[in-house]
Design a protein around this ligand. Sequence first.
Ligand SMILES: Cc1cc2nc3c(=O)[nH]c(=O)nc-3n(C[C@H](O)[C@H](O)[C@H](O)COP(=O)(O)O)c2cc1C
Length: 193
Amino acid sequence: MRAIAICGSPREAGNTEILLKKCLETLESEGIPGELVRLSENRIEPCSACEKCFKNRDKKCVITGDAFQKVFDKMIEADIVVVGSPVYFGSATADMMALLQRAGYVSKANGNMFSRKIGGPIVVARRAGQNFTYAQLLYWFMIGDMIVPGSTYWNVAFGRAIGEVNNDAEGIKTVVRFAENLAWLAKKLWGDG
Ligand SMILES: Cc1cc2nc3c(=O)[nH]c(=O)nc-3n(C[C@H](O)[C@H](O)[C@H](O)COP(=O)(O)O)c2cc1C
C-alpha cells in the first residue's frame, strides 16, 4: 500500500505542507509509506477542454511540457490520495484545481481510474473559507468513485504565517485522526500488505 499527499500551496514548508506531513507521518507509523508532492515544484497548466482524453482514451492528457502526467501517474499508482490546499479568496488554489480538473477528466475518459481509492482533502486558512474549500475538494473525490473517511472534525485548520498551524491543536488532532482512519480503512479493505 502507498499514499500520496499533494500540496497545492506555493509556499514550501508552509501550513498545508505541515498538515500533509502530519498525515503522512501518521500513515507511516501505521506501516503505510507515502510521498509528498509539491505542486510548487510541479507546474501544471489548466485543462484546455480539448476533450482529446475522451477521444484517445490512453490514460494520458495531450497537454505535455508540464508535470501533469508525472503527478497523475503517481496518483494512479497510489492506493491513498490526500490533497491539501490553503484557502485563497474562499477557494482552493488554482494550482490544485488545475491538477484535479485534468486528473478528473482523464480518469473519467478511462473508466474512472480513481475508483475505490481512498483519501480526502485537508485545508488551511488564516480566518475563513475552510469549510467551503473542504467541500470544493470533496466534490472531486465524490464524483471520482472514491471513498473518504471522516475524522472528529472536518479536516480544516487555522494559520496565516508559515508554521502558525502548529498552534492549532484541534486542527492537527483532526488531521492525525483522519490519517488513522485512512490507515484503518485501508487495512480493512486490503489487509496489512
Ligand atoms: C492570495 C491569497 C488569498 C488568501 N485568501 C484567504 C482567504 O480567503 N481566507 C483566509 O482565511 N485566508 C486566506 N489566505 C491566507 C492563507 O490561506 C494562509 O496564509 C494559509 O496558512 C497559507 O497556507 P500555506 O502556508 O500552506 O501556503 C490567503 C492567502 C493568499 C496568499
